[in-house]
Every structure is written in structure tokens, then in C-alpha cells.
Design a protein around this ligand. Structure first.
Ligand code: SF4
Length: 365
């Protein structure tokens, strides 16, 4: 699959850090098994949506029960979005040209629905790691701009609706803005940053967007950003106060992720012959294992013992075995979600705060 240099999917990164584009242009892209799974899910979803809309009679068999159900859910979601519009037209996997604002940029809208007045982009996210919101989503805004350029001569569009559908997290989110707001953002924010990125100009800026950058392990800006914490000017007294601890917490996740990236990169380099002063590569700890499991089973059985342990499948494996619908039908009443372990998170996190001992004490008094 070819990608634009300034791709919509990476736009959050290059809008924050424009020079990262040229810095990483020729760096290797490590496509993961997760990406391959996402590509397969998108082809299945595309095929199902096209057959739902009557655009094809071909049917692609999906052998993965969960993927089959998740892609069914996606089709239902798109159908629901269409049902609230009058005489909607739907375009599936529609390629759109976004180069009016971003040089040589194009993108593909998973589902694009248009009816008079409204343009609606639906984006299927098959990942289950990070929940993605539609509000303020740069990728969707760029798709919407491309779609607007393509269809504004045919439809009178005043409202842009953008949805993320993330079935594996049971998550969907929709954001609506006026076309004027979208065009203002395109002219005032997107186009200037895209121009800088294309020309390799602008300021390097580190942040949570770095985790998707191919330079994340070696980038000097990211190192400086994280090492700022190590240089934190701790004043007497000998213990940290709450303000200082807040400052550390605010950067802790990013710091841990940066250190992990640097360690993994350095190990890969060391294994290919690079040496780092004061470090050597050794064998990690390992556990004993059987050399031949079948022989172990035969030997233990012959000695009159049962070599197997019997345990119930975990929820994920059981869902994969039964499929989501059957799982809910058979086991829905036997599932509970215990209270999660308390976690300290930034105020921007959407989960409601839980009562702490301090608040309980205040209530009692
Ligand atoms: S790692 Fe972060 S700061 Fe460095 S180039 Fe990439 S996005 Fe920019």
C-alpha cells in the first residue's frame, strides 16, 4: 500500500512536530502483526459494507469469529448513521485528494456518507490498545477536507460529521463541526504546518505524539524533553513537596516510554555489533522447558499420572471460541467487572474520580 509523505494518519505527529517528516523520511517502517490484522479487518469490513449497500455480490469468507462479529458491528454502525439522513449516498473506501492543503496528500475514507447539508466520515479503528476520540481528530478533519473538495460541486454541504468506530473497545465517538470551522482550521493551522513539514522546517516538539515517530529512540529533542525531569532543580528541604511530585507525575509515563524505546533500540544495535561504554550483552534469565511435550505426556501417563492441568478458558479466549453474541447469550449473567485498582491519572482523563480516604473523612464529618 502506498502512503503519502504527509499522511493523514500521521498528521497528529507532523502537525505537532513538522520537521519530523523529513527527519524520518528514509527510516525503516516496522509494520507489525497488529497492522496486518487491521488491514485484513478493513478488507472484510469493506466487503461487508459493499454487499450491504448492494455494490457487490462477492463475499469474502472471514474465518476469525471475533473479526466477523466486529465487522458486522461496523456495518450496523454505518447503517445507523445513514438512517438519520435523508436520501444519503454512501461511498466505501473512497480515495480523496487532500493536496489543496497538504502537499501530495491523499487518504481513504472507510465510509463516506453524504446527503444534502451533511458530509459524514466514518473511520473504522480495529486496534484495541488506545481509545481514539473523534473530537479534534486531525486525520478525520483531513479526510473531510478531501471529501469536501471532491463533492462540494455536487452537494451543498454545511455540516461535517466525523465518527470513529472502535469495535474491540466497544467505543464509538462522533464529532460535528460546520464547514466554515473546518476550512478555518485548514487555512490557519493545517496548511501552514504542512508547508513547514514538507520543507523540513519548523520546530521539533516532543510529546505523546513521539511514540508513533520512527526517530523516537534517537531523537535529541525527545531526549532533552525527558531529561529535563532528571535535571529538575530539587530545592531543600530533603523531601519533595506535592507540587514537585505533580511535576514528576505529569511526565512519568512519557519518561518510562522513552527509556523503554531507548533500551530496546540500544539492544538491537548492540546485537548487531555496536558497543556502548560500560555495557555488554549477556544471556537473560531463562526457565527450564520440555524438549518434547509428546514424550512427556506418554511418559507421565505410563507412570499412572495425569499430565494435564484443566482450567477454564479466560474471557478473551472464550469469546474467540464462542463468538461475541454466543458468549453474551450463554455467559452474560456470569460475568462481573470487579472494581479496578486505584490509579493516579491526569485530570484530562475521562474517568470519574473515585472517593479517596480524605473525602470519605470529610463526608463523615
Ligand atoms: S521523536 Fe518526537 S520530537 Fe523527535 S522528531 Fe519525532 S515527533 Fe519530533
Amino acid at each position: 500500500m502506498s502512503h503519502a509523505l504527509l499522511s493523514p494518519s500521521a498528521s497528529h505527529r507532523w502537525l505537532e512536530c513538522p520537521p519530523s517528516v523529513r527527519l524520518t523520511e528514509f527510516m525503516e517502517d516496522k509494520s507489525s502483526a497488529y497492522a496486518d490484522e487491521g488491514t485484513l479487518a478493513h478488507s472484510i469490513a469493506e466487503n461487508k459494507l459493499k454487499s450491504y449497500l448492494g455494490y457487490t455480490n462477492d463475499f469474502i469468507e472471514c474465518e476469525d469469529t471475533s473479526m466477523n462479529e466486529y465487522t458486522d458491528d461496523y456495518v450496523t454502525f454505518v447503517a445507523e448513521q445513514m438512517s438519520v439522513l435523508e436520501n444519503p449516498s454512501a461511498y466505501v473506501e473512497q480515495r480523496v485528494d487532500c493536496s489543496k492543503y497538504v502537499p501530495k496528500c491523499f487518504g481513504t475514507c472507510d465510509a463516506l456518507i453524504i446527503s444534502d447539508g451533511v458530509l459524514h466520515i466514518c473511520d473504522l479503528k480495529y486496534g484495541s490498545g488506545v481509545k481514539v476520540d473523534a473530537v479534534g481528530n486531525d486525520q478525520l478533519r483531513i479526510y473531510a477536507l478531501g471529501a469536501f473538495e471532491m463533492f462540494s460541486c455536487l452537494y451543498d454541504i454545511s455540516t461535517v460529521r466525523m465518527s470513529i468506530f472502535q469495535p474491540r473497545l466497544s467505543h464509538s465517538d462522533t464529532w460535528e463541526i460546520s464547514i466554515d470551522e473546518l476550512l478555518k482550521w485548514a487555512n490557519e493551522v493545517l496548511a501552514p504546518a504542512a508547508k513547514q513539514a514538507w520543507n523540513g522546517e519548523g520546530e521539533f516538539k516532543a510529546g505523546d505524539h513521539c511514540r508513533f515517530c520512527k526517530a523516537k529512540e534517537m531523537c535529541r529533542k525527545r531526549a532533552e524533553y525527558n531529561l529535563e525531569l532528571a535535571r529538575y532543580d530539587f530545592e531543600p528541604p530533603a523531601t519533595l513537596d506535592n507540587t514537585e511530585i505533580s511535576a514528576i507525575l505529569a511526565k512519568a509515563d512519557e519518561l518510562v516510554s522513552w527509556v523503554t524505546d531507548v533500551k530496546e533500540y540500544a539492544l538491537r544495535q548492540a546485537l548487531s555489533g555496536v558497543t556502548y561504554d560500560g555495557f555488554k550483552v549477556v544471556e537473560g534469565r531463562s526457565n527450564r522447558k520440555y524438549t518434547d511435550e509428546n514424550a512427556v505426556v506418554d511418559t507421565v501417563k505410563a507412570a499412572g499420572f495425569d499430565p494435564y492441568e484443566h482450567s477454564v478458558l479466560g474471557i478473551t479466549a472464550m469469546t474467540a471460541l464462542l463468538g461475541k453474541k454466543k458468549f453474551t447469550e450463554l455467559l452474560g449473567g456470569l460475568i462481573e467487572k470487579p472494581q479496578g485498582k486505584p490509579t493516579l491519572v491526569p485530570m484530562s482523563d475521562k474517568r470519574p474520580a473515585i472517593n479517596t480516604a480524605n473525602e470519605d473523612f470529610k463526608e463523615e464529618n
